[in-house]
Write a protein that binds this ligand. Sequence first.
Ligand code: UD1
Length: 314
Amino acid sequence: MSKYLVTGAAGFIGRSIAAALLARGESVRGVDSFITGKRSNLVGLEAMEFVEGDLADPAVCARVCEGVEVVYHEAALASVPRSVADPVGTNVNCVDATLNVLVAARAAGVRRVVYAGSSSAYGDTPTLPKREDMLPRPISPYAVAKLAGEHYMGAFTRVYGLETVVLRYFNVFGPYQDPTSHYSGVLAIFCRKMLAGEQPTIYGDGEQSRDFTFIENVVHANLLAGSAPAEKVAGQMMNLATGMRITLNETFAILCDLTGYSGRPAYVPERAGDIRDSLADIGLARELLGYTPVVDFREGLRRTVEWYRAGGGS
Ligand code: UD1
């Protein structure tokens, strides 16, 4: 019987959480539909019980929640531009799937669901840093869908007593992030291109900033969120980030150093649905989970470049 369920276990964040749980000797079940997850991400996770299935199907959710104590719900169709191109697909895979997971978790007697929220919920408001008590202003369909999931988490704690914890991720990057899709995160795309000597593209003037968060910090916070006392965390939503921001232009310069790329980026018009600046206040996660980042941005970027250089993600 598996104690933990990781949804999206063949995706970047899901596989990283599953690997950490297995390393701790836990019994883990993973589920993935392979819409965006990759079979190659399951290499090294052989000790995990794996189920191929789509969480948009309630029967799949019922099957995978059986006997589980804690669910890490990481499955989603990540990407703002993908949601602009296909809002219904994003809704099915983010909102419907999340509600199905919650219904099945409750029916199976799961104790806690930890949910991957998104900083996109804050939208393009000028106030920085973003704090959890600010009114959400989602711009893109993706942001709306991920935010709906957060509200479902809160409702399931309030009305059914299911322990839920929302971690609002800020631009996660690191090994195992897919660098090959048009919808990939910017750092994965830049690493792949610059290592191959290809020119990266910057949408807008490159002065937009993000609170890029290295995957190990995300894994660390998830493990804390799985075991923190219910009195402290049940029904709570908190930012999960590094607590510093950097512009794309500055990031490009660091990547030139790390990859040896000596060209210039191509500047093209800004992307629809994008926000300008993003920075988290991480005080609440510190207070509720005892979270502090374990790897800083530069070191995370260095490890990420090394992973792609060694052939990861290709
Ligand atoms: C958003 C969310 C993030 C979520 C992610 C899921 C915010 C602040 N963040 O990230 O929490 O996890 O969606 O996908 O809303 N860019 C380029 N060149 C490229 C690719 C991207 O210049 O080749 C630019 C984008 O225009 C954007 C920035 O890089 O300004 C970051 O883009 P991306 O990595 O896609 O993430 P967000 O959309 O910021």
